[in-house]
Design a protein around this ligand. Structure first.
Ligand code: FA5
Length: 374
C-alpha cells in the first residue's frame, strides 16, 4: 500500500503532489490540502499496520511461511518397557490381567498368607482409605479385613486371576503400586510392578528362572548378569530374590582398579560354596547360596559412585518363588494337584536400567526436559 500510493518515484499520491506546482493557484488551494491530508492519513494507516506485523519481538512475521507442526505426545519410559514386556510375554502364552489399585486388605494381605499380625506387613507399609467397602469380596472373619488399601504390590491379582480364570494359568499383571516409603534414588512411593504367574502340574523354580532369563535378556541384552538369592515372602515357598548387574555404573565398575571381579558382565565368579550354577548353566550367569568376597558378590566398591546401587554392582529387582499352598487354596486351586511360580518385579527399576536413568524420582517429576528424551 505504501509503495502503491506513497512510493517516491511512482506512488499514485506522490504523482498528484508532484503535479501541484504546475496547477493554478485556485486548483492548488483546492487540491493541495486534500492531497496532503490524504497522505498523512495513509502514512498513519501504513505505520499502524507495520507495527502490528512486526510484533513484540520486533521480527517480521511472514504470514506465508508454513505453520509450526503441532507437538505430539510421546510414551513414558515405563510404558515403553511395559509394552515390550507385554509383547514378549503374550508371545510365550501369558495373558495380561488387570486389578484394582484400591484393594481390599483381604486380597492385598490376608489371602496372601499375611494376616494382620504378620511382621511382613511392616515391610510394605501403605496408605489406608477411611472408607470401608462391602463391594470387595472378603473371605476373612476379621473386621479389619474390610479396610481398603492402596495396593502395595501386584500380588493380590494372583488371587483374583485364579478366581476368574482357574487353572492352568499363565498371566502377567502390570500395575501401579503404592508404599508409604522414604524416597531416594531407587525408592518411590508410587511405582510400577509386573506380577507373573504360571500354574500347572509340576511347575518348578527351573521354569521361573528360565522365563526370567528370557525376558531379562530380551530387554537388557545377552550380557546382563543375574543373581539369585534366597528370600522370604509369606506367599511363596521357597522364596528367592533376583538381582541384576547395575547398568548405570557397569563401565565405571569394570575400569575401577579396585574391581577384582571379572572384566565382563557375563563372567561372574563361581560361588565359594553352594551348588554351582543352577541346572548346570554353562554361562555362569546365575549364582546362588553364599557369594564370594571378590567385589562382585556383595562388597561395596568405594571407587564407584553410583547413586542407584551405591557401588554394590547389583540392583535388587524381583521377588519370586513357588506359590505357597495357602495362596493356591485362597484362589480355589488344589495344591495337591497343581504347583506354580509367582514373581513380582519393579518395572520402574527395569526402565531405569534400560534407559540409564540415575534417579527413580525423575519418572514422576513431570519434568519435560527429562520426558522429551524418550
Ligand atoms: C513384592 O512386592 C512381592 N509382591 C514380590 C513377589 C511376587 C514375591 C510374587 C513373590 C512372589 P518386594 O517388596 O521385594 O516384593 O518388591 C518387588 C520389587 O519391586 C523389588 O525387587 C523392587 O524392584 C521393586 N520395589 C520395591 N519397592 C520399591 C520402591 N519403593 N520403589 C521402586 N521399586 C520398588
Amino acid at each position: 500500500m505504501r509503495a502503491k500510493y506513497l512510493g517516491r518515484s511512482d506512488g499514485a499520491l506522490t504523482l498528484v503532489l508532484r503535479k501541484l506546482g504546475s496547477l493554478t493557484l485556485d486548483e492548488r488551494k483546492k487540491i493541495g490540502p486534500v492531497a496532503q491530508a490524504l497522505k498523512e492519513k495513509l502514512e498513519q494507516l501504513c505505520d499502524a499496520q507495520e507495527t502490528q506485523l512486526l510484533g513484540l519481538g520486533g521480527s517480521v512475521v511472514d504470514a506465508t511461511l508454513p505453520s509450526l507442526a503441532p507437538e505430539t505426545g510421546h510414551l513414558h519410559p515405563v510404558t515403553l518397557v511395559r509394552w515390550q514386556l507385554e509383547d514378549l510375554f503374550t508371545r510365550m502364552g501369558f495373558v495380561i490381567v488387570d486389578g484394582p489399585e484400591v484393594e481390599s486388605e483381604w486380597y492385598n494381605f490376608d489371602a496372601l498368607n499375611m494376616p494382620s499380625w504378620h511382621p511382613a506387613r511392616d515391610m510394605q507399609d501403605t496408605f489406608y482409605t477411611e472408607v470401608q467397602s462391602s463391594k470387595f469380596k472378603v473371605q476373612s472373619d476379621e473386621v479389619a479385613a474390610q479396610r481398603l488399601v492402596l495396593r502395595t504390590q501386584t500380588s493380590p491379582v494372583q488371587i483374583r486371576a485364579m478366581e476368574k480364570y482357574g487353572v492352568p494359568l499363565r498371566c502377567i499383571v502390570p500395575g501401579r503400586v503404592y508404599r508409604n516409603e522414604a524416597t531416594d534414588a531407587r525408592h518411590e512411593n508410587t511405582f510400577w510392578q509386573i506380577e507373573g504367574l504360571m500354574i500347572d502340574r509340576d511347575i518348578s523354580l527351573a521354569h521361573l528362572i528360565s522365563i526370567s532369563k528370557i525376558f531379562l535378556r530380551d530387554l537388557l541384552g545377552e550380557r546382563i548378569g543375574i543373581r539369585v538369592r534366597p528370600g522370604y515372602f509369606p506367599f511363596t515357598e521357597p522364596s528367592i530374590e533376583m538381582d541384576i548387574t547395575c547398568q548405570l555404573c557397569a563401565d565405571q565398575r569394570r575400569s575401577s582398579s579396585r574391581f577384582a571381579g571379572p572384566k565382563s558382565q557375563t563372567r561372574l565368579p563361581k560361588p565359594v560354596t553352594g551348588n554351582g550354577n543352577i541346572h548346570g548353566d554353562k554361562d555362569a550367569q546365575f549364582m546362588y547360596g553364599v557369594f564370594s568376597k571378590d567385589g562382585y558378590g556383595g562388597q561395596v566398591n568405594a571407587d564407584v559412585k553410583c547413586p542407584v546401587c551405591k557401588g554394590m554392582g547389583w540392583l535388587e529387582f524381583m521377588g519370586a518363588g513357588l506359590m505357597h499352598p495357602f495362596v493356591l487354596k485362597s484362589g480355589g486351586v488344589d495344591p495337591k494337584k497343581y504347583s506354580g511360580f509367582a514373581f513380582g518385579f519393579g518395572l520402574t527399576r527395569l526402565a531405569m536400567m534400560k534407559y540409564g536413568i540415575g534417579d527413580i524420582r525423575m519418572m514422576m517429576s513431570g519434568n519435560l526436559r527429562f520426558l522429551e528424551q524418550f
